[in-house]
Design a protein around this ligand. Structure first.
Ligand code: NAP
Length: 289
């Protein structure tokens, strides 16, 4: 593709941003869809988020992704919020409108799409979330909406898990979620669970760590879904497999949140083949074959 006078620009705001895989997704999709667009990383300091949004708009950027730690900080600078982003309280995608940027959250639909593709069911399932940070909260809302039977949120800081459990019970109108202190995992009933790993433990470079290391916990897990994607097989995933379960990493969630953002910016529908090409480009950028 030739960069010329009509090339549109998109990018990602983050701090740090140097590790991002998003350029591999979007520049591949631009090539696959024949749209004259480039996607670049923007390192945005924490006290410059407002300047970055105003600057992006002034420079006619078509859209942006927003990553850690700016997903909430960006909200006051937007002209509008999509309903789902409002409900989640975090924005990872800015879409240009006549009056400013509209904030969306494509992480949650991205995770749902990824889980569906991996054949993982939510409805009627007993589910554990490890962690109670920003992503765990969005995941808990998704599980409520998709009719999980039971949700146990295990977190080091129990109050944060309790706040999420109370909120999702209120929003879903069902008393299906409860909170536990991480160290109390030994008190879990003898059931089989789908477990979503939503802490940052095990992420590169500390790849030899898992938030729970005790194998007796993993015997209760039929499927482990780690939102971490670097390394491709985390210690959590390996522990699930060693104890007879199946496990997936967060790479497909990353892919689909990107695909959905690209569709919003360009008003197109990405085909399976185009998404496969973006997935292959991500894996190549990460050195995974
Ligand atoms: P966050 O808001 O900072 O939350 C971090 C969570 O990890 C908290 O629950 C925290 O517990 C827990 N934690 C951190 N250090 C811990 C430790 N030493 N022991 C026990 N628990 C610990 O982060 P986030 O934004 O929710 O992101 C969480 C993970 O999701 C990250 O690894 C991120 O890479 C991944 N993610 C993946 C995708 C994707 O597309 N695949 C998208 C977004 C995020 P406390 O509450 O006790 O501090």
């Amino acid at each position: 593709m030739e960069i010329n006078g009509t090339t549109r620009t998109c990018g990602v705001f983050g701090n740090p941003v140097e590790h991002t895989m998003s350029p591999a997704i979007h520049n591949t999709l631009a090539r696959e869809t024949g749209i004259n667009l480039v996607y670049v990383p923007f390192h945005v300091e924490n006290d410059k988020v407002g300047d970055a949004v105003r600057g992006a708009y002034a420079l006619n950027l078509l859209g942006c992704n927003v990553t850690v730690p700016h997903k909430m900080a960006v909200i006051p600078y937007l002209s509008e919020m999509d309903d789902l982003a409002q409900k989640i309280g975090a924005v990872n995608t800015l879409v240009r409108t006549e009056t400013g940027y509209k904030g969306y959250n494509t992480d949650m639909p991205g995770l749902y799409r990824a889980m569906t593709e991996d054949g993982i069911r939510i409805e009627g399932e007993r589910i554990i979330i490890l962690g109670a940070g920003g992503v765990a909260r969005a995941v808990a809302l998704l599980l409520g909406e998709k009719k999980a039977e039971e949700l146990i949120i295990l977190n080091r800081t129990e109050e944060k898990a309790r706040a999420i459990a109370e909120e999702v019970n209120r929003v879903s109108g069902r008393n299906f979620a409860k909170a536990m202190k991480l160290a109390d995992y030994t008190k879990l009933p003898e059931e089989k669970y789908l477990c979503i790993q939503a802490t940052n433990i095990g992420m590169y470079p500390k790849t030899d760590e898992a938030v729970i290391e005790d194998e007796t916990f993993y015997r209760k897990i039929h499927t482990g879904y780690d939102l971490v994607y670097r390394p491709a097989v985390t210690k959590f995933m390996q522990l699930v497999r060693d104890n007879g379960g199946r496990s997936c990493n967060g790479l497909k969630m990353l892919l689909w949140q990107g695909v959905i953002a690209y569709e919003l910016w360009n008003n197109v529908s990405i085909t399976e083949a185009q998404a496969d090409a973006a997935y292959a480009a991500m894996k190549k950028a990460m050195g995974i074959e």
